[in-house]
Write a protein that binds this ligand. Structure first.
Ligand code: S3P
Length: 159
């Protein structure tokens, strides 16, 4: 398994797609799979069932992955200790972005339930997660000012 982790807007999904083509290995987008499984969008899930419901689904989905695939995870995958442990079953690539890059990329985003409201609150969330991404990472790949294709080439060289 190759797990791509990183904050919202770090480009996990687009890099997963590129990497999948280069390695000839299938990829899955965890959020999309959980949405299909539950018949609800992530926003609906947060609104009607609460964040903890989504987090439980994330953990059981992660636990159930058995095929050798590239997994584009959700930005909060590193929050639970169980998840951090489960990620040890594969190679974890941390797509590391500067705060400014995230802000630029998510400026127009209205879909993500945890990318709302107060700027300081978002920045605090970003900063509070940095050490956790570092903790799980086997490789740290910088994504600032680089295309998904360049990032995928970089990952390919390292694994
Ligand atoms: C989340 C990130 C989202 C999604 C959910 C929660 C987070 O995924 O899983 O909205 O806690 O950072 P992306 O990183 O793909 O936006």
């Amino acid at each position: 398994m190759i797990y791509l982790v990183g904050f919202m807007g770090s480009g996990k999904s687009t890099v997963a797609e590129q990497l999948s083509r280069k390695l000839g290995m299938p990829y899955i987008e965890m959020d999309e799979e959980i949405e299909k499984q539950e018949g609800l969008s992530i926003s609906e899930m947060f609104a009607t069932q609460g964040e903890s419901f989504f987090r439980e689904k994330e953990t059981s989905f992660l636990r159930g992955i058995s095929k050798d695939v590239i997994v584009s995870t959700g930005g909060g995958i590193i929050l639970s200790k169980d998840n951090r442990h489960l990620l040890k079953s594969g190679t974890v690539i941390y797509l590391k972005a500067e705060w400014e890059t995230i802000v630029k990329r998510l400026r127009e985003d209205t879909n993500r339930p945890l990318w709302k409201g107060d700027e300081q609150e978002k920045k605090n969330r970003f900063e509070s997660r940095l050490a956790l991404y570092d903790e799980v990472a086997d490789e740290i790949v910088s994504v600032d000012e680089r295309t998904p294709c360049e990032i995928a080439v970089d990952i390919q060289k390292r694994i």
